[in-house]
Design a protein around this ligand. Structure first.
Ligand SMILES: *Cc1c(COP(=O)(O)O)cnc(C)c1O
Length: 395
């Protein structure tokens, strides 16, 4: 039997005709950037997460960059984050000119260890980025409590956690800003790149909206006021009808071009209606893995306050490469996220002390094996993955 590590074809086939219909409409209107499809999806997504504002953007990495900039993070600042995540989490920090400060993780759930955060706070610390990795949620109450005490902003990296819950609230609604990715293989995946920032804070929402479109327009003027305190203006014309935006080509901040296009928004609107069903299916598979996999591997665990969306199902073993090879030989695709702690990535060699060594991040990065988990897996495929893992260990 073949069990690919990922298979997004079936899910996309299911909605093909609905998507073609929407795209047909968009071509007729020739409305490709912004417009009704985008604002509709933003509204639906905000409702789904349970927050006041959702601001779409080009991808999950941009969502993090926009969130950092909206929080006023820039040159010389420090941002505390996990040492074990996809590169983009730390890249976003470095790309706004700040320094990522890496905390160790908890082996049991791969998440930032909140007991390691406080000792890393300095005069320069501006924000914390906890990553809801693999679809699990960090100890957010504790992290928010530390952040409030030191007056720091908290930005959730929710790229892998759309639909996850912590104490009955959705990931994304747990901090100052939540950042999502709609990369095609995420739990809510578009037909290309896409991203979203969510927040309950009106000022942060305006700043993100301004920054994603060149810091222009009325949003730009307002965001400049929040971020720089400056209010003096060039002379701007007036539109008596309100049909023309005289601010459009007035730029107030150096921002980005990072937009979600209408076709992606249309696809994501359609898929959002099915997201809970997709995630429920992942939870069923995870339950079966947790029930049936051999004790010879270390299974993932999570706090009782968390309902994970199981973006990945990650086991640990000291025979990582042997197991991955064995699985491949038997037709089962596996991954290993992430093989190197972020502070050892060559890209950071000039900004991180060279002898940095975090015990748990080092141990975990040598052990992780990610098993296939996606809603379209058949029961037979799930059982085959279990049998194959267990047979490697002689079970
Ligand atoms: C995918 C991912 C991102 C980046 O999202 P893109 O849409 O690919 O830019 C950031 N952080 C984490 C944890 C991710 O998994």
């Amino acid at each position: 039997m073949e069990v690919p590590f990922l298979d997004i074809k079936k899910q996309n086939e299911e909605i093909r005709s609905l998507v073609l219909n929407e795209i047909d409409g968009l071509i007729s209107k020739s409305s490709f950037i912004g417009g009704e499809a985008v604002s509709r999806f933003e509204k639906e997504f905000a409702e789904y997460i349970g927050v006041k504002h959702a601001v779409s953007c080009g991808n999950g990495t941009d969502a993090l960059v926009l969130a950092l900039r909206a929080c006023g993070v820039g040159y010389g600042d420090e941002v505390i984050t996990t040492s074990f995540s996809f590169f983009a989490t730390a890249e976003a920090i470095a790309s706004v000119g700040a320094v990522p400060v890496f905390a160790d993780i908890r082996r049991i759930d791969f998440l930032i260890d909140n007991f390691c955060i406080e000792e890393l706070i300095t005069e320069k610390t501006k924000a914390i980025i906890p990553v809801q990795l693999f679809g699990c949620c960090c100890d957010m109450d504790k992290i928010m409590e530390i952040a409030r005490r030191y007056d720091l902003k908290v930005i959730e990296d929710d790229a892998q956690a759309v639909g996850s819950e912590y104490k009955g609230k959705k990931a994304g609604s747990l901090a100052d800003i939540g950042c999502f990715s709609f990369y095609p293989t995420k739990n809510l995946g578009g037909f290309g790149d896409g991203g979203m920032c969510v927040t309950n804070d009106d000022q942060l929402a305006v700043s993100i909206r301004a920054l994603k479109e060149h810091g222009a327009g009325k949003n730009g003027a307002e965001a400049r006021k929040y971020l720089t305190g400056k209010t003096e203006e060039l002379e701007v014309g007036e539109s008596k009808t309100g049909l023309y935006d005289p601010y459009k080509y007035y730029n107030y901040l150096v921002g980005y071009n990072s937009r979600l296009d209408a076709m992606q928004a249309a696809v994501l609107s359609i898929k959002l209606r099915h997201l809970d069903r997709y995630n429920e299916k992942r939870r069923d598979i995870a339950k079966e893995y947790l029930r049936c996999l051999t004790d010879d591997v270390i299974l993932p665990s999570y706090s009782k306050y968390v309902v994970p969306c199981w973006h990945q199902f990650v086991i640990r073993t000291d025979s990582k490469y042997e197991l991955i090879d064995y699985m491949a030989k038997h037709g089962v695709g596996c991954g290993s996220f992430y093989p190197v702690p972020l502070y050892r990535q060559k890209a950071f060699e000039d900004i991180i002390e060279p002898d940095k060594y975090l015990v748990d991040a080092e141990a975990v990065s040598r052990q992780t094996v990610c098993l296939p988990i996606y809603p379209e897996m058949t029961d037979e495929q799930v059982q085959f993955v279990i049998q194959t893992v267990n047979s490697f260990f002689g079970g």
